[in-house]
Each structure stands twice: as C-alpha cells, then as structure tokens.
Design a protein around this ligand. Sequence first.
Ligand code: XIL
Length: 349
Amino acid sequence: MAILLLVSLVSCPVAGPRTKGPLRKAAVAHHITLGTAASALHLGESNYTRILVSEFAQLEPENEMKFARVHPERGRYDFRSADALVSLAETHGMAVRGHTLVWHRQIPQWVSAGKFSPAELSAILQDHITTVMQHYASRVYAWDVVNEAFNANGTMRSTIWYDQPGVGYAGMGTRYIEQALVWAHAADPKAKLFYNDYGAEVMNAKSDAIYAMAQDFKQRGVPLDGIGFQAHVDLAYETPEGLSSFAENLQRFASLGLELHITELDIRLRDGSPASLDAQAKLYGEIAKTCVQQPACKVLQTWGFTDKYSWIPRYYPGMDWALLWDSEYRKKPAYFGLLAALQGQRKIF
Ligand code: XIL
C-alpha cells in the first residue's frame, strides 16, 4: 500500500484529480464549467500546470488545434502538441473544448498561397474538419466550428473560406457556415457545435447578425448547438448599460434554445495600479454573475490564466495585466473578484 502510494505520488508530480482549487469548486456549484485556454509550451513549468489542473475544470488549446498547427502540410496532420494537452486534461478530469476549425487566421501557407479553386478548397476544408474532429471524437465535447466570420457592422467577413475565393458559397451569406456545421455534425455527431466571435457580447450590429443566423439555423434544423462569446474586454465595458445589454443579449440567444459559452474572457488594462486591478476584479465578478444568472450559460472560460503568458501585450500595445494570476503566479484581485461572485450567488432554476 505504502509503495503504491509512493509510486502514484512520484508518477503524478502535479495536483491529482481530487485536489481541486476554490475557483473550480465554486463554479461547479452553479453548474458552470470554469475553463481556460492553455498552451503546451508551458506544461513543463510546475506552477503553470499545477494551477491549470487544480483551478480549472476545462481546457481549450490556445493555438494547438488551429489549422496551421494540426494540418501544416497537404495530407499531413500533426496532433502531437494538441494530444499532450488533451491527455493532461483527461488525467485531471477536465473537459476539453476544441478551437477552431474554420477561421481566416493561423492558416498554413500551403492553403493561403495555394491558389485553390472553390471546389478544391471545399474538399480541403471538409477533409480538415472530418479528420480533426474524428481524431478527437469522444474526447473533445464541443468545437468552435466557425470563428469570427462577421464584420462589426454585421456583414460577412471577406475570407478565404467565404469569398476569396470561398468554398463555393461566395455572396451567399451564412451558407458556408451552414455547410461547415453539416460537415462537422457528420464527422462527430455527438460533439456540440459552436459559432464563436468577439465583440458580440452586447446588443449591436454584429450580435444582431449572429442572432439572425442562429434563428435561421434553428428554424431549419442546421446543427448549431451554441454560441461562443469571446469577451476580450477592457474596463470601458463596466457600465450599467453595457452589463445589462450583455444580459439581454445572452437572453435572446438562450430563447433560441442555444447553449452559451463565454469562451475567451480577459480584461486588459492600461496599467497595473491597485485602482485598475480593483476595477478589473469588479468587472470579472460582474461578468461571472451575468453567466450565473443565465441558465443557458454553461461555460465561463478565460483566455489563459497568468499574465506571464497572455496574448494581450502583443496584440494590444500598451495594454496588459488581463488575467487572474500575475506574471509570478500570484493571485490577483481579479481572482478573488471572480471567486466571490461565484461563491456569493446561487442559480435559481
Ligand atoms: C490568439 C492566441 O492567444 C495567440 O497566442 C496567437 O498568437 C493568436 O491567437 N480570438 C481567438 C483566439 O479566437 O484564437 C486568439 O488567440 C485570440 C482572439
């Protein structure tokens, strides 16, 4: 017995499935799965992996399942780094969310510079969706099938998949999204299929367009299970109007019978002053409460968890400090704001 215990301790250097952190426990009480994006690059860092597997109940690969990473050459798939993340999640009883199959960014050169015809691109995309989803069938429970397909004004974004030259439905609005969902459903009929976007958290032209698409798809039986709201926000979001518009928007999508996931939450700041960190903590709490109060909101996921590895400084010059732990893995006010919001309220069904 003692030897067995010793062996299991040695072979399991990070927290085991039973050592759960307060954040993960608090979310479970609301039937919300608390997730985070994670990168395979940092798994060797013990602080990184310890927090990842103890405080979160769901993992989403930050880059490892994107087209360029899993399908770097024609006919060659490379699942190694994504597999490492999926195995880690399984070892620690975490759900895995897949991201993403149809997106205009992080596409490999062989596709973007391939000068393919719509018929060829259609075959490439169908093969991609089918191969990746079947590789992860029964291990990845939900997929962002299509990511960021709309412009801010609600028109379709011009992309290689839509109209440059597209997979055969250029100028036909959401038809190519429908096609991608149909391929995805055929590839893994049990997976939950999501449309995911940013800037569509509140009522606006983009969320109106996504809503119109979702309503149309639900009416016609197109396999769409939910909407992912990325929620990359800043402190300007913290107004009563902004927060009530967020709740109202979630409610209209919920009324369509869709599952709602907050998929990429982070709150970027201009400085790391105590006042900014406190305002950030408050806003993390408000966003969590909005999800708690909406029964269709099943997932609350942050886009990473330590400021040491955040995408923000590279993409929003001058901004940073967006996540729950600082760059030395110390819990920030944001951590406690989120925890208090999850502990303080009970969902009423
Ligand atoms: C970002 C990653 O965090 C970065 O590491 C990468 O360089 C670019 O992509 N919306 C999405 C995510 O759907 O996939 C993006 O992730 C952030 C914005």
